[in-house]
Design a binder for this molecule. Structure first.
Ligand code: FPP
Ligand code: MG
Length: 295
């Protein structure tokens, strides 16, 4: 990972603008899940750290833009760039990061470049769907999972597949692994939004529903509620919640096992990812650690 960090630092230096270096230094790197995956899969390839740095810059750019779109003030436990420096700076920094990432990406094989580049179109599509779906209460699980796949899983899928091509490994099974890991990861993120607190999350708890996002636990909850409860839940959608309202939602989720049901799907997807990678202990470890986050 040290080499990934130095590649990232080199790419930022190459932009040759102090303001970019300063703004970038305020970002927290996060878990670097995508970079770790690339290094584990393309473990003998000397260009793996550069590919990992490229994918992390794309991911950072997408979060900068996402925070502007979501009007989020916290990211990874610190104030978001849009909150401290304004939305214009957050958008421009995102533009610089992802265009720099693309300039570097063209030095890779055509197949790898195409896979990563297409995934950025997919994640932008997913973000657009997410915003559209948040305008009203959504109880369509399939639609939700499609959006989740596009918004989160495609870049992880592309990272795993790209790294497999780089290393001469099987791209199909690695893509399947990445896709299911990505979906499982995001479902766990959705669960943590409800079960965790602000200090652990680094962003406000129960915020998805306030932002209008009907994540899987809400979809499962709605399905089994009585009509009057359904009405009450719908009325709370996309509003700032009082302590009582948050507690009411959490209690109903417990009563109707909405979290457990969501976790079962995350576990099932994670098992599918594991099956795609049966012999690779390190990739299985990544999955297991991710599932453990939810406890
Ligand atoms: C976080 O979702 C958002 C994403 C994973 C993708 C965002 C994608 C774009 C803004 C498209 C633009 C892409 C580039 C490269 C500039 P979330 O809001 O559910 O998660 P959060 O709670 O962490 O904010
Ligand atoms: Mg967001």
């Amino acid at each position: 990972m040290q080499r990934v960090e130095s590649e990232i630092a080199r790419l930022i230096r190459e932009i040759e603008y102090d303001e970019v270096t300063r703004l970038f230094s305020t970002l927290s790197g996060g878990k670097r899940l995508r970079a770790k995956l690339i290094l584990k899969i393309a473990d003998t390839n000397e260009r793996a750290p550069l590919l990992a740095a490229i994918v992390e810059l794309i991911h950072a750019a997408s979060l900068l833009h996402d925070d502007v779109i979501d009007e989020a003030t916290l990211r990874r436990g610190a104030a978001s760039v849009n909150a401290t420096e304004g939305s214009k700076n957050a958008v421009m920094l995102g533009d610089i990061l992802y265009s720099k990432a693309f300039s570097e990406l063209v030095s890779f094989d055509r197949d790898i470049a195409k896979i990563i580049a297409s995934s950025v179109t997919a994640l932008s599509k997913g973000e657009m769907m997410d915003v559209k779906m948040a305008e009203s209460f959504n109880d369509d699980e399939e639609k939700y999972l499609e959006m989740l796949y596009l918004k989160t899983a495609t870049l992880i899928e592309a990272a795993a597949q790209g790294a497999a091509i780089l290393e001469g490994k099987d791209p199909i099974s690695h893509a399947l692994y990445g896709r299911n890991l990505g979906l499982s990861f995001q479902i766990i993120d959705d669960i943590l939004d409800i079960t965790s607190d602000e200090t652990t999350l680094g962003k406000p708890a129960m915020n998805d529903f306030v932002e209008g996002k009907c994540t899987l636990p809400y979809i499962y909850l709605y399905r089994v509620m009585h009509n009057d409860e359904k009405e009450k839940l719908k009325n709370l959608h996309a509003k700032v919640l009082s302590e009582d309202e948050s507690a009411w939602i959490r209690e109903r989720m417990q009563e109707h096992k909405a979290i457990e049901k969501s976790f079962e799907l995350a576990q099932k997807l994670s098992d599918e990812a594991m099956n795609a990678m049966r012999d690779d202990e390190q990739l299985i470890n990544i999955l297991q650690n991710m599932i453990k986050r939810s406890y």
